[in-house]
Design a protein around this ligand. Structure first.
Ligand SMILES: Nc1nc2c(ncn2[C@@H]2O[C@H](COP(=O)(O)OP(=O)(O)OP(=O)(O)O)[C@@H](O)[C@H]2O)c(=O)[nH]1
Length: 359
Protein backbone atom coordinates (compact mmCIF):
# COMPACT_ATOMS: atom_id res chain seq x y z
CA UNK A 1 0.00 0.00 0.00
CA UNK A 2 1.25 3.49 -0.79
CA UNK A 3 1.57 5.54 2.41
CA UNK A 4 -0.66 8.56 2.92
CA UNK A 5 2.23 11.01 2.64
CA UNK A 6 2.51 10.28 -1.12
CA UNK A 7 2.35 13.58 -2.98
CA UNK A 8 -1.25 13.87 -4.27
CA UNK A 9 -0.16 14.82 -7.78
CA UNK A 10 1.86 11.62 -8.14
CA UNK A 11 -0.99 9.14 -7.69
CA UNK A 12 -2.91 9.64 -10.99
CA UNK A 13 0.37 9.83 -12.87
CA UNK A 14 1.62 6.64 -11.20
CA UNK A 15 -1.60 4.76 -11.94
CA UNK A 16 -1.64 5.89 -15.55
CA UNK A 17 2.00 4.81 -15.97
CA UNK A 18 1.27 1.42 -14.42
CA UNK A 19 -1.70 1.10 -16.79
CA UNK A 20 0.56 1.85 -19.77
CA UNK A 21 3.18 -0.58 -18.48
CA UNK A 22 0.75 -3.49 -18.29
CA UNK A 23 -0.66 -2.80 -21.77
CA UNK A 24 2.72 -3.73 -23.27
CA UNK A 25 3.07 -7.18 -24.86
CA UNK A 26 6.86 -7.41 -25.15
CA UNK A 27 9.30 -7.97 -22.26
CA UNK A 28 11.95 -5.60 -23.66
CA UNK A 29 9.45 -2.75 -24.03
CA UNK A 30 8.21 -3.50 -20.53
CA UNK A 31 11.73 -3.05 -19.14
CA UNK A 32 12.10 0.33 -20.85
CA UNK A 33 8.71 1.37 -19.58
CA UNK A 34 9.68 0.46 -16.01
CA UNK A 35 12.72 2.72 -16.10
CA UNK A 36 10.73 5.51 -17.77
CA UNK A 37 8.15 5.24 -15.00
CA UNK A 38 10.58 5.30 -12.08
CA UNK A 39 13.15 7.87 -13.29
CA UNK A 40 10.93 10.99 -13.18
CA UNK A 41 9.23 9.77 -10.02
CA UNK A 42 12.57 9.63 -8.21
CA UNK A 43 13.88 12.79 -9.87
CA UNK A 44 16.87 10.99 -11.39
CA UNK A 45 18.25 11.31 -14.89
CA UNK A 46 19.74 7.81 -15.16
CA UNK A 47 18.66 4.40 -13.99
CA UNK A 48 19.52 0.82 -14.93
CA UNK A 49 17.95 -2.59 -14.88
CA UNK A 50 20.19 -5.63 -14.44
CA UNK A 51 18.54 -8.95 -15.36
CA UNK A 52 19.94 -12.40 -14.77
CA UNK A 53 19.11 -14.91 -17.52
CA UNK A 54 17.76 -18.06 -15.86
CA UNK A 55 19.25 -20.37 -18.51
CA UNK A 56 22.76 -18.89 -18.81
CA UNK A 57 23.01 -16.91 -15.51
CA UNK A 58 24.51 -14.09 -17.59
CA UNK A 59 23.60 -10.53 -16.69
CA UNK A 60 21.90 -8.29 -19.26
CA UNK A 61 21.84 -4.57 -18.53
CA UNK A 62 19.43 -1.91 -19.75
CA UNK A 63 20.54 1.69 -19.08
CA UNK A 64 18.04 4.52 -19.39
CA UNK A 65 19.51 8.05 -19.63
CA UNK A 66 17.93 11.47 -19.72
CA UNK A 67 19.98 14.51 -20.66
CA UNK A 68 19.08 18.18 -21.00
CA UNK A 69 19.85 19.43 -24.49
CA UNK A 70 19.58 23.07 -25.53
CA UNK A 71 18.21 23.08 -29.06
CA UNK A 72 18.63 25.64 -31.86
CA UNK A 73 15.51 27.55 -30.71
CA UNK A 74 17.23 28.11 -27.35
CA UNK A 75 14.78 25.80 -25.53
CA UNK A 76 16.16 23.15 -23.18
CA UNK A 77 14.59 19.74 -23.71
CA UNK A 78 14.98 16.35 -22.09
CA UNK A 79 16.32 13.73 -24.48
CA UNK A 80 15.96 10.03 -23.65
CA UNK A 81 18.42 7.33 -24.59
CA UNK A 82 18.42 3.59 -23.94
CA UNK A 83 21.42 1.35 -24.09
CA UNK A 84 21.30 -2.42 -23.84
CA UNK A 85 24.45 -4.32 -22.90
CA UNK A 86 24.64 -8.09 -23.07
CA UNK A 87 28.16 -8.40 -21.69
CA UNK A 88 28.38 -8.14 -17.91
CA UNK A 89 32.18 -7.80 -17.97
CA UNK A 90 31.63 -4.03 -18.21
CA UNK A 91 29.76 -3.63 -14.91
CA UNK A 92 31.51 -1.05 -12.72
CA UNK A 93 33.22 -2.59 -9.65
CA UNK A 94 31.24 -0.25 -7.32
CA UNK A 95 27.95 -1.40 -8.83
CA UNK A 96 29.00 -5.04 -8.73
CA UNK A 97 29.91 -4.75 -5.03
CA UNK A 98 26.54 -3.17 -4.29
CA UNK A 99 24.65 -5.85 -6.24
CA UNK A 100 26.53 -8.53 -4.28
CA UNK A 101 25.27 -6.97 -1.05
CA UNK A 102 21.68 -6.83 -2.33
CA UNK A 103 21.92 -10.48 -3.40
CA UNK A 104 23.29 -11.57 -0.01
CA UNK A 105 20.85 -9.54 2.07
CA UNK A 106 17.82 -9.88 -0.22
CA UNK A 107 16.88 -6.22 0.33
CA UNK A 108 17.67 -2.75 -1.08
CA UNK A 109 21.14 -1.38 -0.34
CA UNK A 110 22.82 2.02 -0.68
CA UNK A 111 26.46 2.88 -1.15
CA UNK A 112 28.29 6.19 -1.35
CA UNK A 113 30.13 6.69 -4.63
CA UNK A 114 33.86 7.04 -4.04
CA UNK A 115 34.46 9.68 -6.71
CA UNK A 116 31.34 11.79 -6.03
CA UNK A 117 28.91 12.83 -3.30
CA UNK A 118 26.13 10.79 -4.91
CA UNK A 119 24.54 7.68 -3.49
CA UNK A 120 24.25 4.51 -5.49
CA UNK A 121 20.96 2.73 -4.70
CA UNK A 122 20.02 -0.83 -5.71
CA UNK A 123 16.74 -2.73 -5.27
CA UNK A 124 16.33 -6.47 -5.83
CA UNK A 125 13.90 -7.78 -8.44
CA UNK A 126 12.21 -10.98 -7.38
CA UNK A 127 11.05 -13.76 -9.72
CA UNK A 128 9.22 -16.00 -7.26
CA UNK A 129 11.51 -16.20 -4.21
CA UNK A 130 14.71 -15.84 -6.20
CA UNK A 131 16.45 -12.61 -7.09
CA UNK A 132 16.32 -12.34 -10.87
CA UNK A 133 17.72 -8.84 -11.25
CA UNK A 134 18.31 -5.38 -9.80
CA UNK A 135 17.00 -1.86 -10.28
CA UNK A 136 19.83 0.67 -9.79
CA UNK A 137 20.01 4.46 -9.75
CA UNK A 138 22.27 7.26 -8.51
CA UNK A 139 20.95 10.13 -6.43
CA UNK A 140 22.12 12.97 -4.20
CA UNK A 141 19.88 12.00 -1.29
CA UNK A 142 18.52 8.98 0.60
CA UNK A 143 15.29 7.28 -0.51
CA UNK A 144 12.34 8.35 1.66
CA UNK A 145 9.89 5.84 3.14
CA UNK A 146 7.26 6.91 0.62
CA UNK A 147 9.63 6.51 -2.31
CA UNK A 148 10.75 3.14 -0.96
CA UNK A 149 7.13 1.91 -0.91
CA UNK A 150 6.49 3.22 -4.44
CA UNK A 151 9.63 1.61 -5.87
CA UNK A 152 8.84 -1.75 -4.25
CA UNK A 153 5.22 -1.61 -5.45
CA UNK A 154 6.14 -0.72 -9.03
CA UNK A 155 8.88 -3.39 -9.11
CA UNK A 156 6.39 -6.00 -7.88
CA UNK A 157 3.85 -5.11 -10.59
CA UNK A 158 6.64 -5.18 -13.16
CA UNK A 159 8.04 -8.56 -11.99
CA UNK A 160 4.62 -10.26 -11.92
CA UNK A 161 3.73 -8.93 -15.34
CA UNK A 162 7.17 -9.83 -16.75
CA UNK A 163 6.65 -13.44 -15.61
CA UNK A 164 3.28 -13.58 -17.37
CA UNK A 165 4.74 -12.25 -20.62
CA UNK A 166 7.81 -14.44 -20.31
CA UNK A 167 5.78 -17.65 -19.92
CA UNK A 168 3.98 -16.93 -23.21
CA UNK A 169 7.33 -16.30 -24.95
CA UNK A 170 9.07 -19.47 -23.73
CA UNK A 171 8.97 -22.94 -25.16
CA UNK A 172 7.69 -25.29 -22.45
CA UNK A 173 10.02 -28.20 -23.21
CA UNK A 174 13.37 -26.41 -23.59
CA UNK A 175 12.78 -23.08 -21.84
CA UNK A 176 14.14 -21.31 -24.94
CA UNK A 177 12.37 -18.32 -26.46
CA UNK A 178 9.67 -19.58 -28.83
CA UNK A 179 8.60 -18.72 -32.38
CA UNK A 180 6.05 -16.22 -31.06
CA UNK A 181 8.84 -14.36 -29.22
CA UNK A 182 10.92 -14.19 -32.39
CA UNK A 183 8.01 -12.97 -34.48
CA UNK A 184 7.03 -10.39 -31.84
CA UNK A 185 10.51 -8.97 -31.55
CA UNK A 186 11.95 -9.49 -35.04
CA UNK A 187 11.48 -5.87 -36.14
CA UNK A 188 12.83 -4.53 -32.84
CA UNK A 189 15.87 -6.81 -33.02
CA UNK A 190 16.43 -5.63 -36.59
CA UNK A 191 16.40 -1.99 -35.58
CA UNK A 192 18.89 -2.79 -32.77
CA UNK A 193 21.14 -4.43 -35.36
CA UNK A 194 21.03 -1.43 -37.67
CA UNK A 195 21.65 1.03 -34.83
CA UNK A 196 24.51 -1.07 -33.50
CA UNK A 197 26.23 -0.55 -36.85
CA UNK A 198 25.95 3.22 -36.49
CA UNK A 199 28.58 5.23 -34.60
CA UNK A 200 27.91 5.08 -30.83
CA UNK A 201 26.09 7.92 -29.12
CA UNK A 202 23.24 8.13 -31.61
CA UNK A 203 20.20 9.60 -29.83
CA UNK A 204 17.76 7.05 -28.46
CA UNK A 205 20.09 4.28 -29.58
CA UNK A 206 20.02 0.83 -27.97
CA UNK A 207 23.35 -0.83 -28.63
CA UNK A 208 23.94 -4.54 -28.69
CA UNK A 209 27.42 -5.39 -27.53
CA UNK A 210 28.70 -6.80 -30.80
CA UNK A 211 32.00 -6.93 -32.65
CA UNK A 212 30.78 -6.13 -36.15
CA UNK A 213 28.17 -7.99 -38.12
CA UNK A 214 25.15 -10.14 -37.41
CA UNK A 215 24.04 -13.54 -38.62
CA UNK A 216 21.00 -15.79 -38.61
CA UNK A 217 21.21 -19.56 -38.55
CA UNK A 218 18.46 -22.15 -38.85
CA UNK A 219 19.34 -25.41 -37.08
CA UNK A 220 17.46 -28.67 -37.70
CA UNK A 221 17.95 -32.07 -36.08
CA UNK A 222 18.79 -34.77 -38.64
CA UNK A 223 16.48 -37.77 -39.10
CA UNK A 224 14.62 -36.87 -35.95
CA UNK A 225 11.51 -38.77 -37.06
CA UNK A 226 13.59 -41.96 -36.79
CA UNK A 227 14.44 -41.13 -33.15
CA UNK A 228 10.74 -40.78 -32.34
CA UNK A 229 9.78 -43.87 -34.32
CA UNK A 230 12.50 -46.01 -32.76
CA UNK A 231 12.56 -44.83 -29.13
CA UNK A 232 9.25 -43.03 -28.68
CA UNK A 233 8.27 -39.38 -28.15
CA UNK A 234 9.47 -39.17 -24.54
CA UNK A 235 13.02 -40.05 -25.56
CA UNK A 236 12.63 -37.71 -28.55
CA UNK A 237 11.68 -34.90 -26.17
CA UNK A 238 14.73 -35.62 -24.04
CA UNK A 239 16.98 -35.45 -27.12
CA UNK A 240 15.48 -32.05 -28.04
CA UNK A 241 16.03 -30.78 -24.52
CA UNK A 242 19.63 -32.01 -24.45
CA UNK A 243 20.37 -30.54 -27.88
CA UNK A 244 19.04 -27.15 -26.79
CA UNK A 245 21.21 -27.29 -23.62
CA UNK A 246 24.27 -28.37 -25.61
CA UNK A 247 23.77 -25.51 -28.04
CA UNK A 248 23.28 -22.98 -25.22
CA UNK A 249 26.51 -24.18 -23.60
CA UNK A 250 28.40 -23.71 -26.87
CA UNK A 251 27.05 -20.19 -27.47
CA UNK A 252 27.70 -16.83 -25.82
CA UNK A 253 25.21 -15.22 -23.45
CA UNK A 254 24.60 -12.47 -26.02
CA UNK A 255 23.48 -14.97 -28.71
CA UNK A 256 19.73 -15.42 -29.07
CA UNK A 257 18.49 -18.98 -29.55
CA UNK A 258 14.81 -19.64 -30.31
CA UNK A 259 12.95 -22.94 -30.63
CA UNK A 260 11.24 -22.12 -33.88
CA UNK A 261 9.31 -25.34 -34.43
CA UNK A 262 9.38 -29.06 -33.55
CA UNK A 263 13.05 -29.91 -34.18
CA UNK A 264 14.02 -26.56 -35.68
CA UNK A 265 15.88 -23.73 -33.93
CA UNK A 266 16.74 -20.18 -35.01
CA UNK A 267 19.92 -18.51 -33.81
CA UNK A 268 20.79 -14.80 -33.99
CA UNK A 269 24.42 -14.07 -33.26
CA UNK A 270 27.27 -11.71 -34.03
CA UNK A 271 30.62 -12.55 -35.58
CA UNK A 272 33.50 -10.68 -37.21
CA UNK A 273 32.92 -12.08 -40.69
CA UNK A 274 31.53 -15.11 -42.51
CA UNK A 275 34.59 -17.21 -41.65
CA UNK A 276 34.11 -16.46 -37.96
CA UNK A 277 30.35 -17.16 -38.23
CA UNK A 278 31.03 -20.52 -39.92
CA UNK A 279 33.59 -21.39 -37.20
CA UNK A 280 31.01 -20.68 -34.46
CA UNK A 281 28.42 -22.88 -36.17
CA UNK A 282 30.95 -25.65 -36.85
CA UNK A 283 31.67 -25.68 -33.11
CA UNK A 284 27.94 -25.95 -32.45
CA UNK A 285 27.57 -28.80 -34.94
CA UNK A 286 30.55 -30.66 -33.43
CA UNK A 287 29.25 -30.21 -29.86
CA UNK A 288 26.08 -32.10 -30.81
CA UNK A 289 27.87 -34.67 -33.00
CA UNK A 290 30.26 -35.62 -30.18
CA UNK A 291 27.60 -36.02 -27.51
CA UNK A 292 26.37 -39.48 -26.61
CA UNK A 293 22.61 -39.31 -26.01
CA UNK A 294 21.13 -41.81 -23.53
CA UNK A 295 19.62 -44.77 -25.44
CA UNK A 296 19.87 -43.00 -28.80
CA UNK A 297 23.66 -42.68 -29.05
CA UNK A 298 24.74 -40.20 -31.72
CA UNK A 299 22.52 -37.54 -33.27
CA UNK A 300 23.51 -34.75 -35.62
CA UNK A 301 22.24 -31.35 -36.72
CA UNK A 302 22.30 -29.48 -40.03
CA UNK A 303 22.64 -25.70 -40.15
CA UNK A 304 21.85 -22.99 -42.70
CA UNK A 305 23.49 -19.57 -42.29
CA UNK A 306 22.77 -16.15 -43.72
CA UNK A 307 24.30 -12.74 -43.12
CA UNK A 308 21.74 -10.52 -41.34
CA UNK A 309 22.15 -7.24 -43.17
CA UNK A 310 19.77 -4.77 -41.50
CA UNK A 311 18.98 -3.36 -44.96
CA UNK A 312 17.29 -6.64 -45.88
CA UNK A 313 13.94 -7.75 -44.50
CA UNK A 314 14.31 -10.07 -41.48
CA UNK A 315 11.83 -12.57 -42.92
CA UNK A 316 13.83 -12.68 -46.14
CA UNK A 317 17.12 -13.30 -44.32
CA UNK A 318 15.45 -16.10 -42.36
CA UNK A 319 14.20 -17.65 -45.60
CA UNK A 320 17.77 -17.50 -47.02
CA UNK A 321 19.16 -19.27 -43.96
CA UNK A 322 16.39 -21.85 -44.42
CA UNK A 323 17.40 -22.26 -48.08
CA UNK A 324 20.99 -22.92 -46.95
CA UNK A 325 19.68 -25.45 -44.43
CA UNK A 326 17.85 -27.24 -47.26
CA UNK A 327 21.16 -27.42 -49.12
CA UNK A 328 22.91 -28.84 -46.04
CA UNK A 329 20.23 -31.55 -45.82
CA UNK A 330 20.39 -32.29 -49.54
CA UNK A 331 24.17 -32.63 -49.53
CA UNK A 332 24.45 -35.17 -46.75
CA UNK A 333 23.28 -33.58 -43.43
CA UNK A 334 25.51 -32.92 -40.37
CA UNK A 335 26.85 -29.87 -42.25
CA UNK A 336 26.79 -26.07 -42.13
CA UNK A 337 25.96 -24.18 -45.37
CA UNK A 338 26.29 -20.44 -45.87
CA UNK A 339 23.63 -18.94 -48.17
CA UNK A 340 25.80 -16.09 -49.49
CA UNK A 341 28.64 -18.53 -50.24
CA UNK A 342 26.21 -20.85 -52.04
CA UNK A 343 24.99 -17.93 -54.15
CA UNK A 344 28.49 -16.82 -55.06
CA UNK A 345 29.43 -20.42 -55.97
CA UNK A 346 26.32 -20.60 -58.19
CA UNK A 347 24.89 -23.51 -56.15
CA UNK A 348 21.65 -21.67 -55.36
CA UNK A 349 19.90 -18.84 -57.16
CA UNK A 350 20.57 -15.25 -56.12
CA UNK A 351 17.88 -13.88 -53.78
CA UNK A 352 14.55 -13.16 -55.40
CA UNK A 353 13.16 -10.42 -53.15
CA UNK A 354 9.58 -10.66 -52.01
CA UNK A 355 8.86 -14.27 -51.05
CA UNK A 356 9.32 -15.99 -47.71
CA UNK A 357 8.27 -19.54 -47.01
CA UNK A 358 8.78 -19.30 -43.28
CA UNK A 359 6.12 -16.69 -42.52
N1 LIG B 1 9.54 -35.92 -29.55
C1 LIG B 1 9.16 -34.85 -30.23
N2 LIG B 1 9.11 -34.91 -31.57
C2 LIG B 1 8.76 -33.81 -32.24
C3 LIG B 1 8.45 -32.61 -31.60
N3 LIG B 1 8.15 -31.70 -32.56
C4 LIG B 1 8.25 -32.32 -33.74
N4 LIG B 1 8.64 -33.61 -33.59
C5 LIG B 1 8.87 -34.64 -34.60
O1 LIG B 1 10.01 -34.30 -35.38
C6 LIG B 1 9.95 -35.08 -36.60
C7 LIG B 1 10.47 -34.27 -37.74
O2 LIG B 1 10.50 -35.10 -38.86
P1 LIG B 1 10.86 -34.62 -40.31
O3 LIG B 1 10.38 -33.22 -40.52
O4 LIG B 1 10.39 -35.66 -41.27
O5 LIG B 1 12.41 -34.49 -40.34
P2 LIG B 1 13.55 -35.50 -39.92
O6 LIG B 1 13.09 -36.89 -39.66
O7 LIG B 1 14.29 -34.84 -38.81
O8 LIG B 1 14.42 -35.53 -41.22
P3 LIG B 1 15.37 -34.42 -41.80
O9 LIG B 1 15.01 -33.09 -41.20
O10 LIG B 1 15.11 -34.45 -43.27
O11 LIG B 1 16.77 -34.83 -41.46
C8 LIG B 1 8.49 -35.51 -36.74
O12 LIG B 1 8.41 -36.90 -36.53
C9 LIG B 1 7.77 -34.77 -35.61
O13 LIG B 1 6.70 -35.52 -35.07
C10 LIG B 1 8.51 -32.57 -30.17
O14 LIG B 1 8.25 -31.57 -29.52
N5 LIG B 1 8.87 -33.71 -29.54
Amino acid sequence: MIPSDTPKMQMPSLLSKLGKMTSIRDTAMLEQSLLKTLCPMLGVLDSSLYRIDDLTSAMRVLHHHHSRVVESDGMARLVERNEEVFNDANIEPEVRALLDNVRLLGKPCTRKRTQAQDLLVAYPLFGGREICGYFVFTRDREVTLTEDAIIKGVLEVYANYYDLLDVSQRDRLTGLLNRQALENSFDRIWSILSRSEQPSGAPDGRRVHAPSSHWIAVVDVDHFKKVNDTYGHVVGDEVLLLISRLMMSALRASDLLFRYGGEEFVLLFSAKDSQDAMAILERLRLTVEQHVFPQVGRTTISIGLSHADPNDLPQEVLAWADRALYQAKETGRNRVCDYQALVSQGEVDAPSYGGSELF
